[in-house]
Design a binder for this molecule. Structure first.
Ligand code: APR
Length: 263
């Protein structure tokens, strides 16, 4: 619900679009194609920006659908190398650190689509084709806002491209459920994984270094996820506090008892 209306100008309470949105996205696109992933194929960066902008330009920022982003996703999409898909819920920071040091995974944020958009904010307005740099709908103001519809659409497209072995990193110290049934992972991505394309799922349940150890493999909401994988006939394994990721958490907490060498 918008806070106030002045004429036909709706005053939203969320942060406005990121300054220089267009330049950042086009610049990131050239950077991605030229230096980050030279295997992404031929793409026209200014045209990708146009397709992205068209999804929400001159529209009510609370009425943006996942379909609005399909033209952008179709143009920007590229293959994900086999065995490199990795999904997360409430472990974004750790996943991106892990991605930075290993060359074995390509999360959504390391595809062209995710790389161009990660960390940005945007919405449009009815009165002009420009993004609204003053304000955007906050997360609670409307569900079908330009940002959440984008991440839903991008996540679905990303999950469809997964093949071979995939990895899922969840947070065993999460405030709510570790496998939260209304997360994008549960609601959108998991449904796209089937045993024709996905041969194995590696589940990693990572607790925060300081705990609490709320959930673990084989119990609680993680057991629910394991049952779903069984029903889907997808083989999996589950590891609590997978060592490689734990070592990254320990980089910042060398003195913590559970980070001492040999443990
Ligand atoms: N940058 C900013 N926000 C994002 C990003 C991103 N790169 N990716 C997702 N979001 C938004 C989504 O709206 C998402 O619901 O942040 C929320 C993160 O919520 P979590 O509970 O941590 O996780 P989840 O809802 O499962 O979304 C993460 O979806 O984007 C995909 O592949 C990604 O597996 C991952 C999952």
């Amino acid at each position: 619900r918008p806070l106030a209306k002045a004429g036909n100008k709706t005053v939203w309470t969320g942060e406005g679009s990121t300054e220089n949105l267009k330049e950042i996205m086009i610049g990131r696109c050239f950077n991605y194609l030229g230096t980050v992933n030279v295997d992404a194929g031929e793409k026209d960066c200014p045209n990708l920006w146009k397709a992205f902008l068209s999804a929400f330009s001159e529209k009510d920022p609370c009425k943006i659908t996942t379909e609005d982003y399909q033209p952008f996703l179709d143009l920007a999409g590229h293959d994900i190398p086999i065995n490199q898909s990795i999904f997360w819920s409430q472990t974004k920071g750790l996943i991106l650190q892990y991605t930075g040091v290993t060359h074995k995974v390509m999360p959504l944020e390391s595809t062209l689509v995710g790389y161009m958009v990660d960390g940005l904010n945007w919405c449009g307005k009815l009165s002009s084709p420009e993004p609204n740099f003053e304000a955007c709908p906050g997360w609670k103001e409307c569900e079908n806002n330009s940002i959440s519809s984008f991440w839903k659409a991008a996540s679905e497209d990303y999950a469809r491209r997964a093949h071979g072995e995939v990895t899922v990193m969840l947070n065993g110290s999460a405030r709510g459920d570790t496998f939260r049934n209304n997360s994008i992972f549960a609601e959108i991505e998991l449904g796209e994984l089937d045993n024709a394309r996905v041969t194995f799922v590696h589940l990693w349940i990572m607790d925060n270094i300081d705990g609490p150890d709320k959930e673990s493999c084989d119990v609680g909401s993680v057991a629910v996820l394991e049952r779903i994988l069984k029903e889907k006939n997808i083989s999996y394994s589950c590891k609590d506090n997978y060592k490689a990721a734990k070592m990254l958490q320990c980089m910042d907490k060398l003195d913590h008892p559970s980070c001492r060498l040999g443990e």
